[in-house]
Design a protein around this ligand. Structure first.
Ligand SMILES: [Zn+2]
Length: 340
């Protein structure tokens, strides 16, 4: 390693030469390489992380380029998998970083392998079911992870050290029901909030990797960069009755984990069913979707068309996605537009 390259970071006393070596010896996992994941990957690569494992199920599209800083117009034209495009870009930013791109739909069958021998996990996902999966796997294996989310101009982050801090299930006991909340693909998102959330996540990762535990912010940190609101909420202690960190049950890791079930139906369609049934409010879902494509609904179903895909959503949040026979693409569309 050339120390010249990292000289300004080494001059920063809290890191120093020793911290730099610790960062160099570390492996980080980025789960989901969209906007947050891109910003995390760039910052960790420039900071000189030893190994970056990047897991994502999506392909680069033109609509990503406004905020997903790992990707170029050429990546979108070639429809490269995001984890591959990101690994290529990391290689050009810092050839000393080893990359481990994983083109995968992160689920209970692979999450424990993915977090294996990683020193820290950064959340770059866009949905709650993957975050619960991350939470359960990281608590089970005692791996630190850093929750982060952004939509519109709002963002939130929290650093989870299993059994030392509350976990995600301590804070949000229940997954929000499907089709209940805005997503970046219905409400939009601006890049500055991505930069803020990712900056805090990466700083926390550097503190963890260099052993500066007492410097962690220790809160549920919330920002609204447009409305000028900044808030730190004290998350308290791990909940004794938390199913995951209290009782050590890991529901998201069960073989039959029922966060989602997906089945092929017909030649070019996939049905996605969320575990928790809910009553979808078609009117408000239609309102959220109207900016993203053509939408119609009646008392029984809502139909939404975007590009080559058509999503039919039923009252219980079950959805049939036409235009693909790939479960991972269908899950991705569901997370983007219906939301969970
Ligand atoms: Zn917990």
């Amino acid at each position: 390693m050339s120390n010249e390259r990292y000289s300004r970071q080494i001059l920063f006393a809290e890191i120093g030469a020793e911290g730099q070596q610790l960062i160099r010896n570390s492996r980080a996992l980025i789960v989901g390489c969209g906007a947050l994941g891109s910003a995390q990957a760039e910052a960790l690569a420039r900071a000189g992380i030893g190994t970056l494992r990047i897991a994502d199920r999506d392909f680069v599209e033109a609509a990503n380029l406004q905020r997903q800083s790992m990707f170029t117009e050429q990546d979108a034209a070639e429809r490269l998998p995001k984890s591959i495009a990101a690994a290529n870009r990391v290689g050009r930013i810092n050839a000393e970083v080893e990359t481990e791109p994983e083109v995968v739909d992160v689920n209970q069958s692979n999450i424990e392998r993915l977090i294996g021998n990683c020193d820290v996990v950064l959340d770059g996902t866009d949905n709650f079911s993957t975050r619960y999966l991350l939470n359960d796997a990281c608590v089970k294996h005692n791996t630190n992870w850093i929750y982060g989310a952004a939509v519109g101009s709002y963002g939130v982050t929290m650093t989870i050290r299993p059994h030392q801090t509350p976990c995600l299930r301590c804070i949000f006991e229940q997954e929000p029901p499907a089709a209940s909340a805005p997503t970046c693909d219905t409400a939009g998102v601006i890049m500055p909030i991505i930069s803020i959330v990712a900056a805090v996540q990466v700083t926390e990762a550097l503190k963890l990797l260099t052993g500066r535990i007492s410097d962690l912010h220790g809160s549920l940190m919330q920002f609204d960069v447009w409305r000028n609101e900044w808030r730190k909420v004290n998350p308290g202690n791990p909940a004794v009755d938390c199913p995951t960190c209290g009782l050590r049950n890991f529901p998201a890791l069960e073989a039959d984990a029922t966060d989602f079930s997906a089945v092929l139906c017909g030649r070019d369609a996939v049905q996605i069913s969320p575990a928790q049934t809910t009553q979808v409010d078609f009117r408000s879902l239609a309102e959220r979707l109207s900016s993203a494509g053509e939408v119609k609904f009646n008392n029984y179903l809502l139909r939404f068309r975007t590009g080559e895909y058509e999503l039919t959503v039923f009252q219980d949040a079950r959805s049939i996605i036409r235009g693909t026979a790939e479960v991972s693409i269908a899950r991705s569309l569901y997370a983007k537009y219906i939301g969970n």
